[in-house]
Design a binder for this molecule. Sequence first.
Ligand code: AMP
Ligand code: MG
Length: 407
Amino acid sequence: MINFEESQRLLSLHVKQGPILELPLLDTLGLALAKPISARADSPRFNSTSVDGYAISLADFANSLPVTLPIVETINAGARSSQSLKSRSAMRILTGAPVPKGADAVVMQEHVTVSGSYVTFTTTPKASANIRYRGAELKRGARLFEPGTIITPSVAQALAACGYAKVRVHKRPTVTIIVTGDELRTPGTGLKSGEIWDSNTTGLNAALSALGITDVRTHHVSDNLRSTTKAVRTALERSDVVIATGGVSVGDRDFVKEAFAANGVRELFWRVSLKPGKPMFFGTKRQLGKRKYVFGLPGNPVSVMVTYQLLVRRALLRMMGQADIDTTSHGILASTLKKSDPRTEFVRAYRDGMANGLPRVVPQTARDSHMTTGMAKADCLIVFPLEQTLLEAGAEVNILPIIWVPY
Ligand code: AMP
Ligand code: MG
């Protein structure tokens, strides 16, 4: 059995970034840029006005106020930027339109009076007022984003503003989920005695979907070595990542590890000193030149979601090109926690109000790993360290926010 930190280290050591491909911007959310991106043009591309108003030349304000000038032309957004402003005249100009040559400032329309085709100014404008200058934000060729930048909606927007429609990113992995258990039935159907509804299929599919991973297949196999081995073989053929749930412990009808071994999966770890999630397995396989990643998660639904949060999600994000991010933050424990097991426990909790400038963290009372409601109501996991047996109410604790989305 290895400790939790070691499992994370092994994961980071073995999980590599996925292959690079070019995708349309809207298909890249949550992926990381594989290559640096530079500005294709100056930004702004030309001198433009940030307000609706009047373009003027300061030379016309050398004498006493007020100043009245004829409005010789209107420049709309999208107009060619070739016009020049002649001395002793003003041009009507609308937000986003190119500022004519010879103009030093744009005066907001709210600050002038217009009478017929004349505009009157009662104050002297400041030089450069309301002009967005060409290249003020970025010069052509300037580095816009480094490789590894996670594509959020704002990053996608900045790329679009620079004229990019596609970018090179690390491919999202394809996944097969193998759910094991003779007792499992599809939600929505009736149950015979001894049967339960399968919630791991829904939980994992939902988690993958939240991460933007859509090429996902699911197999339900019964508890025998033949079906499990066959399902693992098919999964390895079809997907980059295999996630099995259940059947990975030491029960008589736990065949997942054996099925992995029969398919040549190399074990990197099995059993982590972790609660919930102790029987977790992780391995890899090279198949037809491709790297496959194989997870055997426990069967208990909460263990599935917690090990997904702690380890699987981290691995998937690495494949998507993201660097490991430590999201640990701090909170004040609302009620005392005890444990006797020398494992790192991740206690489902939610944040409620503040205490001493930190979020007050309330542990869920439904702490057992089959109790899905406790996980559903949690927004963070309290880290109850391996060696500790008591965390007292009021103590500052480390917490990991539960995050489903990729950023
Ligand atoms: P196992 O690891 O296969 O021994 O499963 C541990 C516990 O989790 C058992 O009580 C199973 O019935 C339950 N379990 C396993 N898979 C699922 C699932 N897909 N949905 C709900 N409960 C499950
Ligand atoms: Mg089982």
